[in-house]
Design a protein around this ligand. Structure first.
Ligand SMILES: [Zn+2]
Length: 239
């Protein structure tokens, strides 16, 4: 009950302060601490990142597309999904992709309790380590949402929060590959971390257009001279 009131109060506050919220909570905002979405560089470097998987058959298809183009990416997986589809996590690692933590259950309610938020992340870390043999150093908060105390929790857990620029803002609801390709290509600039989704929260999701979009933008961007790196590789290239 108390949490319901807290949630309602917070929602009212956020709506009332919409312009300020937009500035504070934008994916590019650094108000709550370092939250990289790009690095400063003139080199044509890019990092592709994918949230909310694994989610067959789209994650499998995406892995095939990335393999065909020789591109390594970063997957921010949901622990609960990885438990269901462990082999996909192992394929990500075997293919040389980087795996980041995107919480265990991808539920917004975890943002209202420090202990729940902490255990969500720790549980996902344990699942990822157990299944893939790698322990993430990167964390992407669901909806790119953060508050000063969540950033502090990440610090205590030795995790780096990673933001991004959405490849296509309406990816979740609007499934047109041509629109996605066009928008993503417009957004690209040197040093950017681009965000797409191979799933939808912890609920699966239809991601055919995302797979098709990635298959199209990689050759288009390679022909413009872009090189694709994982997020940790990109961060190391910062000047
Ligand atoms: Zn997500």
């Amino acid at each position: 009950m108390i949490w319901a009131l807290v949630v309602i109060a917070l929602v009212i506050l956020i709506v009332a302060l919409l312009p300020v919220s937009a500035m504070l909570f934008a994916s590019t905002s650094q108000w709550f601490g370092r939250f990289p979405y790009r690095i400063r560089t003139k080199e044509k470097l890019l990092a592709l990142s994918f949230d909310d998987g694994p989610n067959p058959p789209y994650t499998d298809e995406l892995l095939n597309v990335l393999r065909n183009h020789g591109v390594k990416a970063t997957f921010f997986v949901v622990g609960k999904n990885l438990e269901k589809f462990p082999q996909l996590g192992r394929t990500m690692v075997n293919d040389g992709h980087c795996i980041g933590n995107h919480t265990y259950s991808h539920e917004f309610s975890t943002y209202f309790s420090r202990s729940k938020f902490t255990s969500e992340i720790e549980r996902a870390q344990a699942v990822i380590a157990d299944i893939t043999g790698t322990t993430p150093t990167l964390f992407r908060p669901p909806w790119l949402f953060r508050l000063p105390w969540t950033m502090h929790v990440l610090k205590t857990l030795n995790l780096t929060p990673i933001s991004a620029v959405f490849g296509y803002e309406f990816e979740v609801i609007h499934q047109r590959t041509d629109a996605m390709v066009k928008r993503a290509l417009q957004k690209v600039k040197p040093g950017l971390i681009l965000d797409f989704h191979d799933g939808y929260d912890a609920k699966g999701g239809y991601r055919k257009s995302t797979v098709e979009t990635i298959d199209k933008i990689i050759p288009a961007l390679k022909s413009q001279g872009y090189t694709f790196l994982t997020v940790p590789e990109l961060l190391q290239r910062a000047r």
